[in-house]
Design a protein around this ligand. Structure first.
Ligand SMILES: NC(=O)c1ccc[n+]([C@@H]2O[C@H](COP(=O)([O-])OP(=O)(O)OC[C@H]3O[C@@H](n4cnc5c(N)ncnc54)[C@H](OP(=O)(O)O)[C@@H]3O)[C@@H](O)[C@H]2O)c1
Length: 320
């Protein structure tokens, strides 16, 4: 008897159904307005779900700093964090397309960066691909997809299986007991000014024998332009993924160091306590909407209709 042929032949029905939910449709296409668009081609198994290659507003070649792209998920009303349930999971409600987007960005990144508030708020998080497939309930069992992402990253000739992860701090108040600082598969760096490095060394007298390396740029506070120039020049980081939070992203934006913003906006409100003391909003604009200086490259929606994914040119935005 002949075996039925089909692209999902090796994918059990549970995996295909979960993947079907991720499938995104292009709602708005502004790509024609970006003459410098630089497209990272996706392999067929990822392209089928994302719909196009991964489009960056320009090529990092010729730049003296990394091309920095930010990824955030917000609720319908623009909430990015609940203080009593920190992290994007409470906001996305376990949406698969949002997690898939995170995986594309991590796979394509030479390095990932977050602020001290983010690692201190989520001390069990690892900013890599496997964490998404190991720990996010909605991604459990999607092993073909996990393998496809690893093949994609390998094909991009990234040096490391997991992107090195950088943590921004001014005061040096970073919780070095967080899991990421003990993970042997990830190189970690604390980026700070001389004052922050001194405070950190005072708090952790055994700092020199711990895994994270401390990189000092500036005296009182972190000198962000010097940091970015060094990350590009010395570490050869061309594509830098920034996963927040808003305070550090704002600091970088004010210095023109953020180029692009990938935003997932959910159709629903997060479950739980949305009081002003607990719910934190991403955008300070009226009604917490995307800043008017941002330009839309693409807008897409997932097959569940619950997530809208924006690819935004943020070069003219100076404040979230
Ligand atoms: N929904 C999402 O997609 C998403 C994304 C990211 C984060 N989050 C959540 O958001 C929360 C964190 O947000 P956040 O705004 O508090 O944190 P954050 O931006 O990650 O960190 C803020 C801290 O960074 C340090 N900092 C500020 N400006 C700096 C600069 N220019 N250079 C170096 N360090 C600087 C300051 O602390 P020190 O100087 O004392 O270190 C500041 O308190 C977490 O709960 C996280 O889970 C959600």
């Amino acid at each position: 008897m002949e075996t039925p042929k089909g692209e999902n032949m090796n994918v059990d029905s549970g995996q295909s159904e979960k993947q079907r939910e991720i499938t995104m449709m292009l709602l708005e296409d502004g790509r024609g307005e970006f003459p410098d668009l630089h497209t990272l081609e996706l392999p067929p198994e990822l392209l089928r779900l994302y719909g196009t290659g991964l489009e960056f507003v320009r090529s990092p070649e010729g730049m003296t700093v990394p091309l920095t792209f930010v990824n955030f998920v917000v609720s319908k009303e623009g909430i990015y964090n609940l203080k009593d349930r920190p992290g994007g999971g409470a906001i996305s409600g376990g949406n698969r397309a949002d997690a898939f987007g995170m995986a594309i960005f991590r796979a394509a990144a030479d390095a990932v960066m977050v602020g001290s508030g983010t690692v201190n708020g989520e001390p069990k998080h690892l900013w890599n691909l496997d964490f998404i497939f190991d720990k996010f309930p909605q991604m459990q069992g999607l092993e073909e997809l996990r393998a496809a992402f690893h093949r994609f990253r390998k094909g991009l000739a990234k040096k490391d299986k997991n992107p090195p992860t950088f943590f921004m701090t001014n005061s040096g108040d970073v919780n070095l007991d967080a899991v990421v600082f003990h993970d042997e598969t990830t190189s970690t760096y604390i980026v700070t000014g001389a004052q922050g490095a001194e405070n950190l060394a005072r708090k952790y007298p055994d700092l020199a024998s711990r895994r994270p390396k401390v990189l000092v740029y500036g005296m009182e506070t972190l000198d962000e332009p010097a940091m970015m120039t060094d990350l590009r020049g010395r570490f050869n980081i061309k594509h830098l993924l920034h996963e927040g939070g808003p305070r550090v992203v704002n600091a970088l934006m004010q210095k023109g160091l953020v180029h692009q913003f990938f935003l997932t906006q959910m159709k629903q409100s997060p479950a739980g306590n949305l009081s002003p003391e607990n719910a934190q909003y991403l955008f300070s604009t009226q009604d917490h909407t995307i800043p008017p200086e941002a330009k839309i490259v693409t807008t897409r929606r997932d097959a569940t209709g619950n997530a809208t994914l924006y690819n935004l040119d943020f070069r003219a935005v100076k404040q979230l």
